[in-house]
Design a protein around this ligand. Structure first.
Ligand code: 3PG
Length: 203
């Protein structure tokens, strides 16, 4: 599964306020070469949006983000999500993900959190909130002690710093909401979303 993230390089983090924009947003991103999508469970529309993308875009690899509760992990698996992402590391969620056989990408922001996640068997971690927690200098500092850990920085990643993050040897991919914002979705700017996806490295 990590290989799929590595290949995609950029994972759009999607916050849907209306379920009807989910499928066209996904279509725009897929057309722009970004087929690995994270639907955040932050809005009332999230589950319906997830269903819409899974049903209408079997070519996408769709997961859920902002997972905070075990029930969300169980529901995501039932809904057909392929992976789950959390902002931080929670051993209870890690256990439920294992039981559900759902690929889990937990978040960390400090050396201690990396050590705890590593102890639980994780070698691929979200680094969140990337810019606020220390950005590229912190990831560079993690590289030497944590030689077996790859990161997906998210939070404050965008066009201005994307390439610099992706150039780090311990960065497998990046995530972010800039590729498809609420403004893009409200405006129905699907071609703009495709253009941003292509500019982010999709093809
Ligand atoms: C996340 O959950 O990964 C972040 O909220 C995305 O951060 P961004 O909006 O700064 O890209």
């Amino acid at each position: 599964m990590k290989e799929i993230f590595e290949k995609a390089r950029v994972i759009p983090v999607l916050i849907f306020s209306e379920p009807h924009v989910a499928a066209p947003t996904a279509a725009g991103l897929i057309a722009g070469g970004l087929p690995v999508l994270e639907v955040t469970l932050r809005t009332d529309s999230a589950w319906q949006s997830l269903d819409a993308i899974i049903t209408q875009h079997p070519d996408a690899m769709v997961g859920v983000g902002t997972v905070l509760e075990p029930e969300q992990m169980v529901r995501a698996k039932k809904a057909g999500a392929r992976f789950a992402v959390s902002p931080g590391f929670d051993p209870v969620l890690a256990e439920v993900a294992r039981e559900q056989e759902l690929f889990y990408l937990p978040g960390v922001a400090t050396a201690s959190e990396v050590m705890v996640a590593r102890r639980h068997g994780f070698r691929f971690l979200k680094f969140f909130p990337a810019e606020a927690a220390g950005g590229r200098p912190l990831l560079q500092s993690f590289a030497s002690p944590f030689r077996d850990i790859a990161f997906c920085p998210t939070g404050g990643v965008g066009v201005g710093n994307l390439a610099d993050y992706l150039a780090l040897p311990n960065v497998a991919c990046v995530g972010g909401s800039w590729v498809a914002t609420a403004g893009d979705m409200d405006a129905g700017d699907w071609s703009g979303i495709t253009a941003k996806a292509k500019a982010a490295g999709g093809s």
